[in-house]
Design a protein around this ligand. Structure first.
Ligand SMILES: Cc1cc2nc3c(=O)[nH]c(=O)nc-3n(C[C@H](O)[C@H](O)[C@H](O)COP(=O)(O)O)c2cc1C
Length: 217
């Protein structure tokens, strides 16, 4: 544990991550938009950081996961469960723990977020467990992060996203950092992982060095 003395007030005490109190679970929602590889990279990073994951996927989410990653989501979940705590709920189970604000979480990320689910969250429809969990995250003022994917975006999409952004939702579209000149899709997505997790206020991600270092001299 190290201390530093700010100009005013008592010394700041910095607690190393390995001595931090219990990590709160992160709710992850997967929907039927394109961009499942980014979701996989983010989930794997959260597992590596030691966060319990509470997962819910829509039916289209499972379909697009399989189409883009050539693997059943259930198989992926089993792999993560060998390395960490990952609990998956049925999207129809509106009585699951993540449907209640009583379960305190770090927050929720919906990635990738389809325009259909963005609409459901923006209207408070809570038509399935994923939308209900997002609704709960909003009402409890916990971090809610959306990784929306569609192009081009219609005025309906933009209005829904704007409404949510005004409520404090972090909207993190999966846009590559062209300035880093990524050579592969994996490279293009890897730099987005800390961006998504920082939006969720994950301390380990906030501490990662920036990928872009401006030239000096
Ligand atoms: C291969 C594939 C890719 C898709 N990509 C997108 C996408 O990028 N964005 C989107 O909004 N919908 C996309 N869709 C359509 C959604 O899956 C569809 O609107 C679905 O009803 C969304 O349901 P959900 O929000 O419950 O997951 C895609 C569908 C398929 C089969």
């Amino acid at each position: 544990m190290s201390t530093s003395t700010p100009a005013f007030g008592p010394p700041l005490v910095r607690v190393p991550h390995d001595q931090e109190p219990r990590k709160r679970p992160v709710v992850v929602g997967i929907t039927g938009a394109s961009g499942q590889l980014l979701a996989r990279l983010c989930i794997e990073r959260l597992v590596d950081y030691g966060y319990p994951i509470l997962l819910v996927s829509t039916g289209p989410g499972r379909r697009v996961w399989h189409e883009e990653l050539d693997e059943d989501l259930a198989i992926s979940v089993r792999g993560w469960q060998e390395r960490g705590t990952v609990t998956q709920y049925s999207v129809n189970d509106v009585g699951a723990p993540i449907a209640s604000g009583g379960l305190v979480t770090q927050g929720m990320v919906v990635m990738p977020a389809s325009m259909g689910t963005v609409s459901g969250i923006a209207t408070g429809a809570a038509g399935n467990l994923l939308e209900r969990a997002a609704d709960v995250t909003l009402k409890e003022y916990r971090p809610l992060v959306l990784v929306p994917r569609e192009t081009p975006l219609s005025a309906i999409h933009l209005e829904n996203l704007l409404k949510l952004a005004r409520l404090g939702v972090r909207v993190v579209p999966p846009m590559p950092a062209f300035y880093l000149k990524p050579q592969t899709m994996l490279e293009a997505l890897q730099h987005l992982v800390p961006r998504v997790l920082s939006a969720l206020a994950i301390p380990e991600a906030l501490d990662e060095p920036p990928a872009y270092q401006p030239a000096t001299g």
